[in-house]
Design a protein around this ligand. Structure first.
Ligand code: TXA
Ligand code: MG
Length: 319
């Protein structure tokens, strides 16, 4: 990818939506804020633009993208929305929840978006700028997290510029994201629900609203080949469940753990999720080469935080 000038504009600037939409219509990529992490957006109907996403991120071509929609009506043009999916959408959209649904045969979605799968992942983001941008475009956008593949997800516009500056023309700055980790992903096959990626909306939350159990993806054959074990990786090596730092380690605390960097000194799991990637970046910036992370309770939002940490700590040599 040729080096280009990366422009950063505020989401609140006059004409910001129009400028972003113009870029998308002309086949260019735009990094946009969502409530979870920043996304790298292309018009989902534009095959060449979608290919650019893979190139710019260095993303393996077998890892499919999420289509972001502005509402349920737009969703129904692309996927088969059954009663259970509709119930989940009504309860949690707009919000940090992605559904994997059967793609309609006549859906105008290039195979590059789905990596040739027969399903399509759909999500309606909460951040007004991005939802309104999609509504104005009139099409879904395909948008993975706006980071080089395998690295920490971006929760601030400056994180996007650090990772992808010079490779994309436009970044929309909507401030630090509220949720801080990627959306929960639920696979829907009839009434069978499968947790494909944990997030701040938990499996219990989904069961409460649908009455159906949510199965763990570990019980399933892998449908998304993109879930490589090493992911969300800082430059430093990561050690988990550490009660204190060893020599040369930078400690990330949680709750009542004395550490210069703390995910949430009050032990609030939502706050910890919001701070997770920024804390990992801050620990990386200490350049000690080693990060140790205090134990995070394995319940509620802690399940999603531990999922990200496990991948951050995984061996990096996965080809
Ligand atoms: O919060 C989020 O979901 C953020 C923001 C930008 O919306 N997006 C995000 O995208 O995390 P990405 O590409 O980093 O992660 C998408 C995940 C990948 O693990 C991919 O394998 C999975 O979704 N996925 C996409 N389409 C799928 C499908 N049809 N079936 C199963 N998994 C799918
Ligand atoms: Mg990602």
């Amino acid at each position: 990818v040729a080096t280009m000038n990366t422009q950063v504009i505020s989401a609140h600037e006059d004409g910001a939506i129009a400028q972003a939409v113009e870029h998308l219509i002309s086949g260019q990529l735009v990094a946009v804020p969502t409530e979870t992490v920043y996304g790298l957006a292309a018009n989902a109907a534009d095959d060449i633009a979608v290919q650019q996403i893979y190139t710019v991120k260095g993303r393996p071509s077998h890892n499919p993208l999420i289509c972001h929609v502005s509402d349920a009506a737009m969703t129904e043009r692309y996927v088969d929305v059954n009663e259970t999916a509709l119930k989940i959408m009504a309860a949690f959209w707009p919000g940090p929840l992605t559904l994997v649904l059967p793609k309609l045969q006549n859906a105008n979605i290039p195979t590059t978006v789905t990596a040739n799968l027969k399903t399509l992942a759909v999500r309606c983001p909460q951040t007004d700028f991005t939802r309104q941008m999609i509504e104005t475009l009139g099409h879904p956008i395909a948008a993975p997290s706006a980071n080089p593949s395998g690295k920490l997800s971006p929760t601030r516009a400056t994180d996007v510029v650090e990772g992808l500056g010079g490779k994309i023309p436009l970044v929309i700055d909507g401030g630090a994201t509220d949720v801080g980790i990627e959306s929960t992903i639920i696979g829907v096959q009839g009434n069978k629900l499968t947790l494909l990626r944990p997030g701040t909306i938990t499996a219990d939350d989904i069961t409460e609203h649908t009455g159906f159990p949510v199965f763990d993806r570990a019980d399933e054959t892998i449908t998304a080949p993109g879930q490589l074990l090493s992911h969300y990786a800082p430059d430093a090596a990561v050690r988990l469940n550490a009660s204190k730092a060893n020599d040369s380690e930078t400690l990330i605390g949680f709750g009542n753990v004395a550490a210069a960097i703390n995910l949430s000194s009050s032990g609030d799991l939502n706050e910890a999720a919001k701070n997770l990637f920024a804390c990992l970046r801050a620990a990386d910036a200490k350049n000690t080469g080693r990060i140790a992370v205090a134990p995070i309770p394995m319940h509620g939002v802690g399940i999603a935080i531990n999922d990200r940490l496990k991948r951050a700590a995984a061996p990096r040599d996965n080809g």
